[in-house]
Design a protein around this ligand. Structure first.
Ligand code: S3P
Length: 168
């Protein structure tokens, strides 16, 4: 199997974008963040889109965005935490789950980072969402990496796995 793209999935704040940037640099691929693409296209922040147009509208934007992005190949794509739940990801993607525990995520997210995430306003609701989603992420992933340590400690695990596969 030759994969078209590397797609990073996982809960809000698990480190998908930071991991994605490092991976793309190391693998000489282009890095793309779905949330950033949507914000640029809509000329609006994710929290404004949620507030003015609602979550359902945002989910349709996500599906459209991931469909369009996966028409191209050779990219490292970081997704929003809801993408694997609400959208379909092209089967030719190498999907990597950045698997961090909820406590680790809470400690990583600054107050400012939480504010940007409407579904993280309430920590107990976020924890319930995390519990609902965790197994879905795991089942969908080609590979899960334990992301409870700092990025430099686990990035090589992902790189080794990818180098063993064929990605366009
Ligand atoms: C969401 C995750 C966010 C963003 C939006 C909804 C979710 O992205 O897409 O706030 O449903 O988990 P990050 O995973 O980058 O925080």
């Amino acid at each position: 199997m030759v994969y078209d793209n590397i797609v990073l999935i996982g809960f809000m704040g698990c480190g998908k974008s930071s991991v994605g940037k490092v991976l793309a640099r190391q693998l000489h691929k282009k890095f793309i963040d779905v949330d950033n693409v949507i914000e640029a296209e809509q000329n609006s922040s994710i929290s404004d889109i949620f507030e003015t147009k609602g979550e359902e509208y945002f989910r349709t934007l996500e599906q459209k965005c991931i469909n369009e992005l996966t028409q191209n190949t050779g990219q490292v794509i970081s997704t929003g935490g809801g993408v694997p739940i609400h959208s379909t990801i092209s089967e030719t993607s190498l999907i990597i789950y950045i698997d961090a525990d909820f406590d680790v995520i809470v400690n990583r997210l600054s107050a400012r980072e939480r504010q940007k995430r409407p579904l993280f306003n309430d920590e107990s609701r976020a924890k319930a969402l995390f519990d609902q989603r965790k197994n879905i992420y795991k089942e969908l992933a080609t590979f899960s990496v334990d992301a409870n340590q700092t990025i430099p400690t686990f990035i090589h695990v992902i790189v080794d796995f990818i180098l063993d596969k064929r990605v366009k």
